[in-house]
Design a binder for this molecule. Structure first.
Ligand code: C2E
Ligand code: CA
Ligand code: CA
Length: 749
């Protein structure tokens, strides 16, 4: 007969470690003793067998109806039929079994048949009480027959009935015992299988690296903890996180928040750092899975934890790779933008806060990289990175943007322009000392463009591109740094306009020189003048040099203009005299013309043509001009020095704070930048700067000129500070040649 369970179970032999049980016979000595079934009984039954078997067919019908009258029994029968069983055969088989009892057979074969019947009842789900009911029907039917059938002798009737009862009891006992044994066997099998599966699961759980545990929410107890969990958590297991004591305080809150989420029914995953052990920080991934009942109430939470330290550090390494510049180890452009974005986000939330964005270009890098090779270039970049990093705070971001370009973000500074200027000076100083590569000294300078949030833009990209354009403008103007100027877009169109008109301006004689005198503070005498160029523009009138000189430089027209200035200034000044003392003339030479080859030759020629000595002339150049190519500049200066021409450093104090170059160059004069003079009246810091420039100049054997002196108070202050010369509106505005000569002639003798 087929078994009611559809799933195929493993046989005991397939299972490792399955025990083989010796079958224990149901019928033992005590069995027959208890039933007191004797040979006489069985012989009597055998004798009347045929009589008792009368009417069996009708009885089968009764049994059949009995079975199907009960809906529970009918269900089992139909299930049997669905599994391919034949109910007719079943009933016939049952009847046959009962008839067999009547032959009084109690040998092993008969016992085995009864046993099999009991087992099959168990398999089919036939309840014991149903077969007891069937036996009762059977007995009733036979008792009637025994009492009435004339073929049974009167004297035999009681004994026959007693034998029949014993025989039926015997069969009931055997089938029940077999039924029960089948049930026990099935249970044992299931238990073995379960045990086997449990062993497998246990083996698995103690060998996988993941820690697993289950928390019963009602009692907040850990209802299961895998062997790994127990091994990992040496302290008594705490619910709900057995190793919460290992999670540092800062991380603990995150875990507890996640736990709250899981109790609300969400699956949660998170990564936490565990308190450092001998091998450093370890990272664990935790996952919580809620098991809810149908109404959505979470009853249990299954938890998993695994060590992901390796993964974590791989990921960190990857992140670093994608945001780090390999040559310098600094953040790359991506990370720089990212930090800029965050700094802007913070600044937007803090009224009054600002952010300065700087772009630095290393001026001589390309030359070194090309001449000494990439290895030298890389080394240089990384040394530059290190020096720059030292002048910045931890909260600032220094990045290599690519090539020889670096970027700086100064977040949350209250007065970003001031802060940026301070940083710029420190940056320039930090790069002033020569770099060394294979025992060679390499000198570098940088040009910096600065844009400030919110004045120059709101967005990271806008600010970065403004800083970039400011940097290019600074390069053009050969100044070390410039802030972004919004009108530079406007001035770009002026550039365009001027560029057409500048051509031929020389030939059309549209230039004129104005002269501004310099006074010797000690003697009060006029001792020289500076030539300042003006353009008599046909439409715009007098145009100041700041507007057209950059255009002339850009158009490559500056050298002929310088030559004209040189020639004109020498010609006009050679006839001047103030109090019959000799007067020198200063001319401004911009970076481009200073660097143009043959400048010294042209100056020598101009001096010869004018018939004046070199000492009559002073050349003013800015620090930026010097630093753009220090070596070449040094050569030019020494040649000028040989001619007797003096050299003044113009706008001193605004450019490179590096002073080391000054002592090695033949410089005669420092001109303190006007901005310090104008601030002197009310800013003690400016006084301090002026004082130290004067001191520095004197230590270097230079004369110090203060230009842009507009009032008597400053003049006096300068005199007290020991300044040598002053120049400014306080003495005179720049004047055209004729007016200047007139002015000189009216000086008190
Ligand atoms: P700089 O060489 O620093 O010249 C001094 C500037 O300060 C001049 O402006 C002058 O007019 C102005 N100044 C003089 N005294 C005072 C004062 O008391 N108060 C104030 N606020 N300003 C005063 P300018 O003439 O407009 O020249 C501007 C710049 O143009 C010069 O600055 C110089 O760098 C450049 N420049 C002038 N002439 C030439 C030239 O012939 N060739 C070249 N390459 N550049 C020139
Ligand atoms: Ca000047
Ligand atoms: Ca100046």
């Amino acid at each position: 007969m087929p078994t009611p369970t559809k799933k195929r179970r493993r046989t005991k032999e397939e299972r490792p470690g399955a025990r083989k049980k010796a079958p224990h016979p149901i019928v033992g000595k005590e069995f027959n003793y208890v039933l007191q079934l004797t040979a006489e009984d069985t012989a009597r039954l055998a004798r009347y067998r045929d009589v008792l078997a009368q009417g069996a067919a009708g009885f089968a019908e009764t049994t059949y109806n009995y079975l199907f009258d009960n809906p529970d029994i009918a269900d089992v029968m139909y299930a049997y039929e669905r599994q391919g069983g034949n109910i007719g055969e079943l009933v016939r088989g049952h009847l046959q079994h009962q008839l067999d009892l009547l032959s009084g057979e109690i040998d092993d074969k008969a016992t085995a048949r009864s046993e099999e019947l009991g087992r099959s009842h168990f398999r089919l789900g036939v309840k014991p009480v149903w077969s007891i009911g069937a036996y009762r029907l059977f007995l009733e039917h036979l008792q009637g027959l025994i009492a009435t059938n004339p073929q049974i002798a009167h004297d035999d009737r009681d004994a026959l009935e007693s034998a029949l009862v014993k025989m039926v009891f015997r069969d009931l006992a055997i089938t029940s015992e077999a039924y029960w044994r089948a049930a026990v066997e099935q249970l044992t099998d299931q238990r073995d299988e379960l045990g086997f599966e449990q062993n497998l699961a246990g083996e698995l759980l103690s060998n996988i690296p993941q820690l697993l545990w289950t928390v019963d929410i009602e009692s907040n107890r850990i209802s299961y903890a895998s062997p790994g969990t127990r091994a990992f958590c040496t302290e008594p297991l705490d619910a709900p996180i057995p190793c919460l004591y290992r999670i540092p305080g800062s991380e603990r809150q995150r875990v507890l928040t996640a736990w709250q989420q899981v109790i609300d029914g969400e699956s949660v995953q998170l990564e936490v750092r565990l308190a450092p052990q001998e091998d450093g920080d370890r990272w664990f991934r935790m996952a919580f899975y809620p098991m809810a009942n149908r109404r959505g109430r979470v009853l249990r939470v299954h938890c998993m934890m695994e060590d992901v330290t390796e993964l974590h550090s791989d990921r960190e390494r990857l992140e670093q790779l994608s945001t780090q510049d390999e040559v310098t180890g600094l953040p790359n452009r991506t990370l720089w933008y990212d930090r800029l974005g965050s700094a802007l986000a913070v600044a937007r939330r803090n009224p009054g806060a600002s952010v300065a964005v700087m772009v630095l270009d290393i001026n001589q890098f390309k030359m070194y990289n090309d001449s000494l090779g990439h290895q030298a270039g890389d080394q240089l970049l990384s040394q530059i990175g290190q020096r720059l990093q030292k002048v910045l705070r931890d909260t600032d971001t220094l990045a290599r943007l690519g090539g020889d370009e670096f970027g700086i973000v100064l977040p949350m500074v209250q007065d970003a322009e001031k802060a940026a200027e301070r940083v710029v000076r420190e940056v320039i100083t930090s790069l002033a000392a020569p770099f060394s590569y294979q025992k060679k000294d390499l000198c570098l300078s940088t040009t910096i463009g600065i844009a400030v949030y919110p004045q120059h833009g709101e967005e990271a990209h806008t600010l970065a591109s403004h800083a970039d354009s400011a940097m290019y403008r600074a390069k053009w103007n050969t100044v070390p740094y410039l802030f972004y100027e919004s009108e530079s877009a406007e001035s770009a169109s002026e550039h365009l306009q001027f560029s057409g008109q500048l051509h031929g301006a020389l030939e059309r004689q549209e230039f004129e020189l104005y002269y501004q005198p310099k006074v010797d503070l000690a003697s009060g005498q006029i001792c020289g003048a500076e030539a300042l160029l003006r353009w008599k523009h046909p439409q715009q009138g007098l145009v100041l040099p700041k507007r057209f000189i950059p255009v002339a430089e850009q158009l490559g027209m500056i050298s002929p203009i310088t030559d004209w200035v040189l020639h004109t200034a020498l010609e006009q000044s050679k006839h001047w005299s103030a109090n019959s003392a000799p007067m020198s003339i200063s001319i401004n030479v911009s970076a481009r013309s200073f660097q143009s080859p043959g400048l010294v030759g042209r100056i020598a020629k101009a001096l010869r043509r004018a018939g004046v000595k070199g000492s009559h002339l002073e050349v003013e150049i800015t620090e930026g001009t010097l630093m753009a190519d220090l070596e070449e500049a040094a050569r030019t200066l020494s040649k000028l020095n040989e001619l007797g021409v003096s050299i003044a450093i113009d706008d001193f104090g605004t450019g490179y704070s590096s002073l080391s170059y000054l002592k090695s160059l033949p410089i005669d004069t420092l001109k303190i930048d006007q901005s310090f003079l104008q601030g002197m009246a009310n800013n003690p810091k400016d006084v301090a700067i002026v004082r130290s420039i004067i001191e520095l100049g004197h230590n270097l054997d230079c004369k110090v000129v203060a230009e842009g002196v507009e009032g008597e108070a400053v003049r006096q202050q300068l005199q007290e500070l020991g300044c040598d010369l002053v120049q400014g509106f306080h003495i005179s505005e720049p004047l055209p040649d004729a007016v200047f000569r007139e002015w000189l002639s009216h000086l008190p003798h």
